[in-house]
Design a protein around this ligand. Structure first.
Ligand code: NAP
Length: 438
């Protein structure tokens, strides 16, 4: 029997568990750890609350979680409750599926002004992540600037633009729904340092902006390259650019029917955030492309901003003793191997890119490597203590471990508390989650 510890119960974690089950059959016991008492990582706290069909993938993870040789070990934080070395002593293989929970910094003056947030914090706020539930953004101003032109920027812009009725059927948390209902934001600027051909937004998600009740997307036609240049684009990007062209072609009187506007501002690099205590403006520098990279022209201007959300990517949390690639913001690894018996997967391995589904082949690849390392002797003989060893340590340290059956009670309580038409009302506090699980 081999013992596998997976740290992180998001998509990368559960796909790895699924793959390890297939690779080892009954010869493996898998513990999936999470620092929160609730599973599914970004499915719960990253995927937008109005994208419930994406969240449905958690049913597949639940199947894995409920199988005999897989166990959920919630409310246990590696680094706080036990060290990575202790874990490696107990398990034959440890897989870090910890994602990338920290915002990449903008590294510009004014970043610490009030009402400036990174997307991990802002998305965590409307999704009820306990760490960010108390963020309390001030939505009383008129203009929000969302930095970045990826899918997270799109999520943030859309959430800021939606009416309360458009959140029907979503699991947006009550505090965010109430704050958004009171919001005065009427202009949302999406700021891209490169051009329309370089956006990272995918077509389906971008197209949603054209169907909002109270907001219309606005693209300046002159910012778009000549249409025949679209021919060289990858099909997905070409479709996204087609949406931008449709937004640019929308007549002004049609746009004016909606009270809010989502404006795309291209070729503009944020240089500084301006304000006394709270942000008031973003200073941007016009850019040009040099071999695909945005370079400054020296031409500066300011756009007003009452709220700034930087959606420019994420970093993995380093763990003491685990080699870390500072520049890339993830664990230093060779195709998922960090050290003998220590692996990483998902965003912790490759950085914050790809969709939920990208984590599946990642999980299968790392399970295959573990199987190889068992068969070639890299992992040594099977004599680690595994689960019983961890349970003894947890008892000795008085850890309050949350089991999958406890999570099911938390889930039931969240479903019972749901407002009409919503799938759940999430607990946003760790203690409340633990109480419900008890
Ligand atoms: P992303 O796709 O990498 O986009 C990041 C954006 O930030 C890019 O436009 C980038 O511009 C810009 N940026 C980076 N550093 C910057 C800086 N210092 N100043 C100004 N702009 C900067 O990342 P993401 O939006 O965080 O998404 C992460 C991953 O999750 C992606 O793979 C995404 O597709 C996925 N996701 C998917 C969905 C969905 O499918 N519905 C939803 C959310 C997220 P450059 O291109 O110039 O670097």
């Amino acid at each position: 029997m081999r013992h596998l510890a997976i740290i992180g119960s998001g998509p990368a974690g559960y796909y790895t568990a699924e793959a390890a089950q297939k690779a080892f059959g009954d010869d493996i016991a898998i513990d999936v750890f999470d620092r929160l008492p609730v599973p599914y990582g970004l499915i719960r706290s990253g995927v937008a609350p109005d994208h419930q069909s994406i969240k449905a993938v958690s049913r597949r993870y639940e199947k894995v979680a409920l199988s005999d040789n897989v166990r959920f070990v919630g409310n246990v934080s590696i680094g706080r409750d036990l060290s990575i070395d202790e874990l490696r002593e107990l398990y034959d293989a440890v897989v870090l599926a910890t994602g990338a929970p920290h915002d990449r910094p903008l590294d510009i003056p004014g970043e610490s002004l009030g009402n400036v947030f990174g997307s991990a914090a802002f998305v965590g706020w409307y999704n009820g992540h306990p760490q960010f539930a108390g963020l309390d953004p001030d939505l009383s101003g008129k203009t929000a600037v969302v930095i970045g032109m990826g899918n997270v920027a799109l999520d943030v812009a859309r959430i800021l633009a939606k009416t309360p009725a458009e959140f029907a059927g979503s699991d947006i948390v009550a505090h965010a729904l109430a704050a958004l209902a009171r919001s005065s934001i009427e202009r949302i600027v999406l700021l891209g340092r490169r051009g329309p051909h370089q956006i990272m937004m995918t077509p389906k998600e971008l197209g949603e902006l054209g169907h909002l009740t109270a907001a219309s997307p606005y693209v300046t036609a002159a910012d778009l390259p000549p249409p025949d240049e679209d021919a060289i684009l990858e099909p997905g990007v070409r479709k996204s650019v087609a949406h931008l062209r449709a937004f640019a072609a929308t007549p002004e009187d049609i746009r004016a029917e909606k009270a809010k506007e989502i404006e795309f501002v291209f070729m503009s690099n944020p240089k500084a955030l301006i304000g006394k205590d709270k942000v008031e403006a973003v200073e941007i520098e016009r850019t040009f492309l040099n071999h695909g990279r945005a370079e400054g022209t020296g031409e500066l201007r300011r756009i007003p901003a009452d709220l700034v959300v930087a959606c420019i990517g994420y970093r993995t949390s380093p763990i003491e003793g685990v080699p870390f690639d500072e520049r890339a913001g993830r664990f230093a690894n060779d195709a998922g191997r960090i050290l003998p018996g220590l692996y990483c997967v998902g965003w912790a391995r490759r950085g914050p890119s790809g969709t939920i589904g990208t984590n599946r082949p990642d999980g299968y690849a790392v399970a295959e490597q573990i199987a190889d390392d068992v068969s070639t002797g890299v992992l040594g003989a099977a004599r680690k203590k595994g689960r019983p060893g961890f349970d003894a340590l947890a008892a000795e340290r008085g850890l309050e471990v949350v089991k999958f059956s406890d999570w099911k009670k938390i889930e039931e309580a969240e479903e019972q508390a749901a407002r009409e038409g919503a799938p759940r009302e999430k607990f946003v506090d760790v203690e409340a989650m633990i109480r419900a699980g008890r």
